[in-house]
Design a binder for this molecule. Structure first.
Ligand SMILES: Nc1nc2c(ncn2[C@@H]2O[C@H](COP(=O)(O)OP(=O)(O)O)[C@@H](O)[C@H]2O)c(=O)[nH]1
Ligand SMILES: [Mg+2]
Length: 397
């Protein structure tokens, strides 16, 4: 799972990134992969199944607090988006390249409207953040269109002459952007495009196709950031009206960062995403107390700081992924004694066989049957898995 953070300068991407990737002290001993600068591990929260089995789990990656499992997801802070990025302006191409592999995007928007399109400060409330949402979508759509249009003529001729299947050929072209033949096929039918002869596609068809492909492979959740600022309330309502189908999450990255830092210093006890925290240290300065009290009223208003919510909603509501735990009917631990060591995030409609292949190619190839550990019932290859299933694979290998 790979989440890309996007947005104009000064919207709060880096603050969101630092907050989301700041690990609580409890997992300080886990090796932390910083693959490149701006790439780190965040987490999605899953209601852990260990409670149902009356055990405490020992996660191999991530951690579990109070039977809430924090499952790692890769997050990338993609800086440098300016108008014209798709034409290579600024660090445009680099910015877009960083996004290629992203499964989902979180668009960090300055919902308080205190920065203009370049990210420079303006009178709070004077910038309409809905414009930022439109601009970013447009920029990404144009990028996709460019990738499609550049080689199109040659590509369409070749596909037609050599009798390739159009959806396979396009999916290959876009595989770096997570397109699959199924996705491409779905769009071709939805738009009623000529599936046999791409030479017949009009300019408008190409544009529409690019837009749909972008939506399918880079869905966007809107983090309405700086919600702690007064002017955000009205703007968030406006955004909800302007994008009734969008997922818009009020969010205060700065508050989340402050809470995680305070929790790490053991000044407060706070579980990321919770609607409250408790002060656990007597030695707070008046300034710290004031800051925490203002954060308390922000999260009381929205139910949380929103940062954890953004990640959870991106993975489970927008992508509709499910969390599946490998386990055995007779044994929930691995050979090292770690109970329910893994929790895997799988795309919707994943089958028992897909899960087996995710575990290991050998396990998939030797698949005999799967067992739903909660019900102890055997299921076949095609069995579609559900969220929080615990699955044992019986394999020849
Ligand atoms: N009030 C408020 N300010 C924020 C919030 N998140 C970020 N900021 C501030 O906005 C400015 C830009 O943040 P930064 O993370 O560097 O933005 P980036 O350019 O998108 O990476 C900084 O001064 C942050 O402290 C927030 O939730 N609330
Ligand atoms: Mg930044």
């Amino acid at each position: 799972m790979f989440v890309g953070l996007v947005g104009k300068p000064s919207a709060g991407k880096s603050t969101f990134f630092r907050a989301a990737t700041l690990a609580p002290a409890e997992i300080a001993s886990y090796p932390f992969t910083t693959i490149e600068p701006n790439t780190g591990m965040g987490f999605v929260k899953v209601d852990c199944v260990d409670r149902e089995f009356n055990v405490n789990c020992n996660p191999r990656t991530g951690f579990c607090e109070n039977h809430t499992r924090f499952v790692p997801v890769k997050i990338v802070d993609v800086a440098g988006l300016i108008p014209g990025a798709h034409k290579g302006l600024g660090r445009g191409n680099q910015f877009l390249d960083d996004l290629r592999q992203a499964d989902v995007l979180i668009h960090v928007v300055d919902a308080s409207g205190s920065t203009n399109e370049q990210g420079n400060p303006v009178e709070p409330g004077s910038r309409n953040p809905s414009d930022d949402v439109r601009f970013l979508e447009e920029e990404l759509n144009l990028w996709y269109e460019g990738i499609l249009r550049k080689p199109w003529e040659k590509f369409a001729k070749q596909t037609y002459m050599e009798h390739h299947k159009v959806h396979d050929a396009i999916a290959r072209q876009f595989s770096g952007l997570n397109a699959t033949p199924e996705i491409v096929n779905g769009i071709i039918s939805a738009l009623r495009l000529d599936a046999d002869n791409p030479l017949k596609w009009s300019e408008g068809n190409l544009k529409d196709f690019a837009v749909e492909l972008r939506k399918a492979t880079k869905p966007i959740l809107i983090a309405a950031n700086k919600a702690d600022i007064e002017t955000a309330g009205e703007n968030i309502r406006k955004m909800q009206q302007d994008f009734p189908d969008g997922i818009i999450v009020p969010c205060s990255a700065e508050s989340e960062l402050a809470l995680r830092e305070a929790a790490k210093e053991k000044l407060i006890s706070y579980i990321p995403g919770d609607d409250d925290f408790e002060i656990s240290s007597g030695s707070l300065s008046q300034q710290q107390k004031n800051a925490l009290s203002s954060i308390k009223s922000t999260i009381a208003k929205f139910g949380s700081t929103g940062v954890q919510d953004c990640l959870n909603k991106a993975v489970f509501d927008l992508l509709k992924y499910i969390a599946v735990f490998p386990g055995g009917v007779n044994k929930l631990a691995d050979q090292h004694g770690n109970v329910l060591p893994d929790c895997m995030l799988l795309p919707p409609d994943s089958t028992a066989l897909d899960f087996a292949f995710q575990l290991h190619t050998d396990i998939g190839e030797g698949f005999i049957k799967a067992i739903d550990v909660k019900t102890r019932k055997a299921v076949g290859k095609e069995h579609v898995l559900g969220n929080r299933d615990v699955i044992e694979i019986v394999t020849r290998k």
